[in-house]
Design a protein around this ligand. Structure first.
Ligand code: HEC
Length: 235
């Protein structure tokens, strides 16, 4: 018989190495999730990012986020929100124009830092209220290729380690495949959501599945390294 590599047979240094490896990978993924949670906290934010949402146009997304510091009060933000909610028409633009002129055009006008996104005219402001994905196609291409490569390596290595545990082949197959399946749903969702809003749910389901799969890989490996070999101690 061909001798198989098994985690349970590793000496202490090997066990500690594998433990640190899975903890780092799991911890890295967890911190990425927490960071993501800061930017996409709800379904509506996922819709805004990948499909486009009438309540979260680029104007409001920025005014609530990075550009909030330029606004002096909640009323000014409410003025922008009301205008967008009412369809961002020329007739209701006047109060908005005052806010933009006072707080925004020193950067968002010709010759200034952000002249490519002018806010000194109705047309310019209106352009920032288009219902379109907040993540541009160019950025999505970059995000997709980075994630495919990075996640492929991460789950490939963790899966290889998991295959050396003492779990049965069915458990191994399920745990090894789940995060890949989750990422495939996630990535398909990223792109399909541009076509139709319901595909945003693929992103949420995919993310959940990926998290579950990763949890299974990390916890299963730790269990096999440290708990299962000591089974007799508990009986
Ligand atoms: C100090 C300069 C400055 C001020 C003042 C400022 N912005 Fe910006 N704005 C920027 C810069 C720089 C960017 C690009 C950085 C980024 O995308 O995060 C930007 C990006 C934006 C964008 C996205 C444009 C795009 O094409 O991606 C919007 C919308 C926006 N700002 C709205 C506002 C609003 C509304 C105000 C007033 C409340 C405001 N900004 C005030 C500098 C400024």
């Amino acid at each position: 018989m061909i001798p198989r590599f098994e985690l349970a047979r590793l000496e202490l240094p090997g066990r500690v190495l594998v433990t640190l490896f899975v903890l780092f990978m799991g911890g890295g993924y967890l911190s990425a999730l927490l960071q993501l949670h800061g930017t996409h906290p709800s379904r509506d934010d996922v819709v805004a990012a990948f499909h486009g949402s009438p309540t979260q146009t680029r104007l409001l997304f920025m005014a609530r986020g990075d550009m909030r510091q330029n606004l002096k009060s909640d009323e000014e933000l409410a003025t922008l929100e009301k205008w967008v909610a009412a369809g961002a028409t020329a007739e209701t633009f006047e109060p908005v124009q005052k806010v933009l002129a006072a707080r925004c055009i020193r950067c968002h006008s010709e010759g200034k830092e952000k002249e490519d996104a002018p806010l000194d005219s109705f047309e310019g402001a209106k352009a920032q209220t288009r219902i379109e994905p907040l993540i541009s196609t160019k950025r999505l291409v970059a995000l997709t290729h980075i994630h495919v490569l990075a996640m492929g390596c991460l789950f490939g290595l963790l899966g290889a380690v998991f295959c050396a545990t003492s779990f049965g082949p069915r458990v191994k197959l399920a745990v090894v495949v789940t995060p890949f399946l989750g990422m495939m749903l996630d990535f398909s969702g990223w792109w399909l959501a541009r076509l139709a809003e319901p595909f945003c749910d693929l992103i949420l389901v995919g993310g959940l599945l990926t998290g579950l799969g990763l949890g299974g890989l990390v916890l299963g490996t730790l269990l096999d390294l440290w708990i299962l070999p000591r089974r007799d101690l508990f009986s």
